[in-house]
Each structure stands twice: as C-alpha cells, then as structure tokens.
Design a protein around this ligand. Sequence first.
Ligand SMILES: NC(=O)c1ccc[n+]([C@@H]2O[C@H](COP(=O)([O-])OP(=O)(O)OC[C@H]3O[C@@H](n4cnc5c(N)ncnc54)[C@H](O)[C@@H]3O)[C@@H](O)[C@H]2O)c1
Length: 467
Amino acid sequence: MEKPEQASSRRSFIKKLGLAGTAAATAPAALAGTGSAPAYLNLIKRHNSTAANDRIRIALVGTGGMGIGDTQTALMVEGVEMVAACDLYDGRLRRAKELWGDALFTTRDYRQIIERQDVDAIINGTTDHWHEKISTDAMRKGKHVYCEKPMVQKFEDGHTIIKVQKETGKVFQVGSQFASSIIISKAKQLLKAGDIGELVFAEAQYDRHSAMGAWQYSIPPDASPQTVDWDTYLGTAPKRAWDPLRFFRWRNYQDYGTGVAGDLYVHLLTTLHTITGSKGPNRIFASGGLRYWKDGRDVPDLHLAIYDYPKTAEHPEFNLTTRANFVDGGGGGYLVRLVGTEGDLAIGWDSLTVRHHKLPKAPGLSIDNFPKDQQEAYLNEYKKLYPTVYEMEGPREMVYKTPKEYKGDRYEHFVNFFDSIRNNKPSIEDATFGLRACGPTQCGNISLFKKQIVGWDPNAMKIQNTV
Ligand SMILES: NC(=O)c1ccc[n+]([C@@H]2O[C@H](COP(=O)([O-])OP(=O)(O)OC[C@H]3O[C@@H](n4cnc5c(N)ncnc54)[C@H](O)[C@@H]3O)[C@@H](O)[C@H]2O)c1
C-alpha cells in the first residue's frame, strides 16, 4: 500500500503535469475480451417461429423500387403469400403481374386492398407523404403494417400512428431494416460490454456522385395523366398541374419527401438508437444548400448536421455529426462510426470494424526545451511514477463479417415482423421508436431552412425552444 507521503508527492507531481482527473491519474480498466473474441459474427438467429403452415397473406401498397424489394424479401420468409398490389401508375401494376403472376389482384385504390378479407398485412412502400394515412387506415381495417421509413413525412403525424396502433393492437413495424441487423446487434453488445469505453461521439457520411444517387430517377415513356392517378397522388399536398418530375422524382420536393436528412439520416438514427438504447437528441443544428443538382428541386444536395445527445440512464452525453453530399467530386463514400474513450466501431454494409486505442498509463514527455537540470529532475520523478514495464500488445483492430449464409438485414427485419404477427410479440421497431428516429432528422431540415437551432424533447417527441 502507498504511504501517505508517497501519495502526496505523487499527487503533487501529477498536478505539475496538469493531469489530475484525467485517465492518466487512474489505471484504466482492462478491455473485456480483447484479443479473444472471434473475428466473425456468430449471431444467426433460429427462425423456429416461421412455420410454413402458419400462412400470412400480404399485399403491397406502393409498387415502386422499395415496395418491390420489400415484397421479394418478405416472400423469402416461409409461409408468406402475395395476394394483391396497389399503385397509382398503371405501369407498376403491370410490373406487379409480371413479377407475381396474372392472378394477382391489382388496383389504383388502396382502400380496395385494406377491405379485403384475404389480406393479413400490408407493406406500405408509398412516398413519404402517404405513410401516415395509409398505415392508420390499414390498421383500422384490421391489417398489420410494415411501413417504410421515414415513418411519417411530418413528425407531428407520428403521434397519430402511435395512437392508432395502441387502439387497434395491430403489429406496426417501421421498415428501417438496420434495427434487425446482426451487425448492429454485435455493435450493441460490444458497446454494452465497454469494448470501446464510454461513447463520446458518433458520425456518419453519405457522399454520392451520380445522377441516380442524387435522385434523378428514370421516367417511363408512357407517363401521363392517363396512366398516373395524379390527383390522388397529391393527397394533402398543394394542388398543382401534372408534373412527371414530381411523381417519379418525388424525393426532390418538400411536398412529398423529407429531403436528404429525413431520407438518409433516419437510418443512422435507427442504427444509433438501437445500439445505444437512446431516445434521441435534444438539440439540432444544420446547414448546407443546393450546390449542383439545380433541376427544380427544393431540397439541398449538401446537408450537414450536429445533434446533441444529453446524458441519460442509457448513455453518457455525446454528439453526432451527419453529412450527406450528393456532389462529391472525390467519388463518394459511406461511413458510420461510433467513437469511445478506448476505441471505435465502424459499421459497414456487411462488416463491423473495431479498433482499440487505450490511453497509455504514462503520458509521455516533452522536456527537450527544459534546461538540463530541469530535464533530469523531471525525468527522475517521471520514472518513479511510471517505471518501464513492458506488456504484450493485443490486437488493435478486429473485423467482424456477416456469415455467408446471412440473408441480409431486410430479411431479418421481415422475419421479425412476421414473428410479431404470429407469436404476438412486440414490434422490433414500433411507432414510438420510428418517431424518435425520424423526428430529429426533420428538425435538421427545419434548422437548415429557418437557419435556427432546433430544440427537441426526445421523451415527448415534440419541438421545443427553437432559437
Ligand atoms: N428501407 C430502405 O432502405 C429504403 C430504401 C429506399 C426507399 N425507402 C422508402 O420507401 C418508400 C418508397 O420509396 P421508393 O424509392 O420505392 O419510391 P418509388 O417512387 O419507386 O415508389 C413509390 C410508389 O408509391 C406509389 N404511391 C404513392 N402514393 C400512393 C398512393 N396513395 N396509393 C398507392 N400508391 C402510391 C407511387 O405510385 C410509386 O410507385 C419511401 O418512403 C422511401 O423512403 C426505404
């Protein structure tokens, strides 16, 4: 044990170094499991509940890119059958029959879908501005709902979905598939085990450099008011004359989409909240603008945001920065990284990279510019405090990969959806979670457009104190 005078001289030396209270003043805790964890993921779930005879009949509303992708994935799950499809553009209804057979019931009117007795659940793959109305109508008609992200176009409407889900008791799951990812599940496990120390910061970048990446989608040659139900499409959005750009490239307009922030960052907040158990930030600041894709769009192609996450029972105080740049002459790139006091977690599409970098016990020296006698005096004390002890170095970087047989996050997400329906289990990504993920991202739009810092109450899920 240290004698009192030794302790006092140690304290005074530490004070001189200006290190009191830092990690150097206390011995850092050992990293749990460093070096022994296997460099692969072994978390494949057993899908016992998806018995083939337990049939679930689904219908798709919104037969566009994601709706088709979702449906094809849903049909990979045992016992799931496709009954009907709905869209406002006739070409997409023809495409639905090409994909799922001539017997498929198709309609332009989603109300005909949710009236059907042979439909147990719908996939809502419509444009953002239709999510709330179609999802709540469907639940009221007794259907379970898998609703694409962002859960709602206007965060205020999220409370209606929460209410209707509670009233009807139907399963409602948001379609941000990262909530079911084994990569995210592993990251959550590592963070909880203290593998990267305490979370201090998180960052994400979605940089792109292509017309498709910047949402300039192809428009079919037969697009016209005859082949598209334009009036219904507008819904609660302002009335205007037929405009194929606003129908097929809806993401570029505030009336139908949620801009870069609502569209892309919602996945990131889903990821972050799943890993940390967070309810969300309480302050959001964003900037950016329209720099290159000046094709009539009214959303930015460069969006930068900072989110403040307050200390809660689930996590320490930390900050998040996000960037989406659709004009990246460097070629683009994707990054999601959580940074802790002893390491970081970088999340890729099919991998998780963990790096460890603990602060050394000895702070190091910068004494070359001291006179010789001071160098010696300092070194003497330093060596007493930090005697040279050589230690083996463990692995500093580990890469976890998804196993070959892993069918993807979206497949896992649908397995969870159908499991909730069949076994009466809570939704893995329910309406409250969905609102906590999409609300703050929409505050990022408000901040950019109004040039204000937006306060957000993550518990009540409401805007507060915007300055
Ligand atoms: N989870 C993901 O990774 C992911 C990826 C891409 C898109 N999405 C989400 O999926 C949704 C659809 O995006 P997309 O890229 O497939 O767009 P899309 O334009 O390809 O498809 C949307 C379809 O919805 C239809 N539609 C709109 N209003 C309708 C209504 N009232 N009734 C019936 N059909 C209606 C349109 O006709 C269109 O065919 C969006 O909310 C988007 O954010 C999620």
